[in-house]
Design a protein around this ligand. Structure first.
Ligand code: AP5
Length: 248
């Protein structure tokens, strides 16, 4: 699609070490959409805790069995489970130049854990400035979107169970209705996009995740972007935040 084409030419992939990037925002704010664009353009991995958890649910792993009912009712999975999951993902080799956290952290405890984890990672890489930069303090991009816009996005979202690509029947429809442009798989609606579950997810966001705005603002790490703009505009502003951040 057009968005991806323009993203690909905007910044040279693998150009530099970006360090950690956090995408913060309520359900359907566009975190996954922007994370994919950043990942393709900067050549760093998207770590979506929601996707990893859904993968575990689908494979019926021990973690998936614990998370399934919690996710189905729109609550947050316990911090310990999610932090362990992220810790092992951060050890993989593709995180060596930076990574995008999409949907993590989601509580102040997760944010405090992440700060300590990054500090520990930097400690293990003393004397290697480039490796330390890859796990420097994160830039936090907050996508700000009004509740009614989120609700409409949730009802229109469809995703590909094979490649994970996200569409929207109103704003980003596939070329052929109900079919993924990339691999021809039939698109599906996420079970937690049902109206009553969305309301619970919003409640969890307001009560447990919103305090992170102050947490990161106080630490000088927060960049706010109007997430109601077209995907391309949001992307440009997110890229600008990544390019201009001061990673002290
Ligand atoms: P998760 O999968 O992270 O869900 P979420 O945070 O609710 O976010 P979404 O995936 O719904 O939305 P998004 O912001 O990625 O938006 P998208 O790009 O798809 O988490 C699911 C569950 O897992 C949680 O409820 C919890 O139980 C558990 N979980 C996950 N992480 C956890 C953690 N850290 N701790 C504890 N539990 C955890 O876009 C939405 C739609 O809008 C799409 O259709 C898209 O095409 C469209 N769109 C995007 N941008 C635009 C735009 N600019 N204009 C118009 N349309 C747009």
């Amino acid at each position: 699609m057009e968005v991806q084409a323009s993203a690909a030419v905007g910044v040279q992939a693998n150009a530099r070490i970006t360090g950690p990037i956090i995408l913060l925002g309520p359900p359907a704010a566009g975190k996954g959409t922007q994370a994919k664009l950043i990942s393709e353009t900067f050549g760093i991995p998207q770590i979506s805790t929601g996707d990893i958890l859904r993968g575990n649910v689908a494979r019926k792993t021990e973690l998936g069995m614990k998370a399934k009912a919690i996710m189905e009712r729109g609550d947050l999975v316990p911090d310990e489970l999610v932090c362990d999951m992220v810790a092992s993902r951060l050890q993989e080799a593709d995180c060596a130049r930076g990574f995008i956290l999409d949907g993590f952290p989601r509580t102040v405890r997760q944010a405090e854990w992440l700060d300590k984890q990054l500090e520990k990672m930097r400690g293990c890489k003393k004397g290697d400035a480039a490796a330390q930069q890859a796990c420097a303090a994160p830039v936090v991009i907050r996508l700000v979107v009004d509740y009614n816009v989120l609700r409409r996005r949730i009802t229109g979202r469809r995703s590909c169970p094979t490649c994970g690509r996200v569409y929207n029947v109103y704003s980003q429809p596939p070329k052929v209705q109900g079919i993924c442009d990339v691999d021809g798989t039939a698109l599906v609606t996420r079970p937690d996009d049902a109206e009553d579950v969305f309301a619970e997810r919003m409640k969890a966001y307001d009560q447990q995740t919103l305090p992170l705005v102050d947490y990161y603002r106080e630490r000088g790490r927060l960049v706010e972007v109007d997430g109601e703009q077209p995907v391309e505009r949001v992307m440009e502003q997110a890229f600008s935040a990544i390019e201009n951040v001061n990673r002290l």
